[in-house]
Design a protein around this ligand. Structure first.
Ligand code: ZN
Length: 171
């Protein structure tokens, strides 16, 4: 068995060498070098995600995905026209176990920090700044441990409609 495997290996090697030689001698333009695909696609170290918020108090997606440990750059674009004070949007990724309603209530009074409650750092994985119509903002963070997380806009009253699921997949 060992010998036959070795033979097949040698055969394959010599075949590929012949192919390589043949390709070298040929000036044909349609012979393209074939690269071997890895068995499983590699998980990128970093990914970019995008989400939009509008004047109708809605995000354009309710689900985002990453792989745990990935460097995620999330860009939030406010596609509306209303000012930040009237229809501000941000993107807040909440830690597991965070009570979304309780967080929303705490955020309402955090006017000096753009509705990010200062005393609830443990409840937040990552968040963008608050933007108004026509503005864009982004945040870079490490995708948390595999699991399902909630994301919301923490502008007063918005989390009822502006919410979704962030899925961090295991490796
Ligand atoms: Zn909002």
């Amino acid at each position: 068995m060992t010998y036959s495997r070795l033979f097949i290996f040698m055969l394959a090697l010599s075949t590929s060498l012949m192919v390589a030689c043949g390709g070298g001698e040929s000036s044909s333009s349609d012979s393209t070098a074939k690269t071997e695909e890895p068995a499983a696609p590699a998980i990128p170290d970093a990914i970019e995600l995008a989400i939009e918020g509008n004047d109708a108090m809605k995000y354009n997606v309710d689900r985002l995905e990453a792989v745990e440990g990935q460097e995620v750059t999330l860009t939030l674009t406010h596609t509306g026209k209303l000012a930040k004070a009237a229809m501000g949007h941000n993107w807040v990724l909440l830690a597991k176990g965070t009570d979304v309603a309780a967080f929303g209530t705490a955020a309402m009074t955090a006017t000096e920090t753009d509705y990010i409650p200062a005393d609830m750092e443990d409840a937040i994985v990552a968040h963008t700044s608050m933007v108004g119509g026509g503005e864009t903002t982004s945040v870079t963070f490490t995708a948390p441990a595999s699991g399902v997380y909630d994301f919301i806009c923490s502008f007063p009253g918005h989390s009822a409609l502006m919410k979704g699921t962030f899925v961090s997949r295991g490796r």
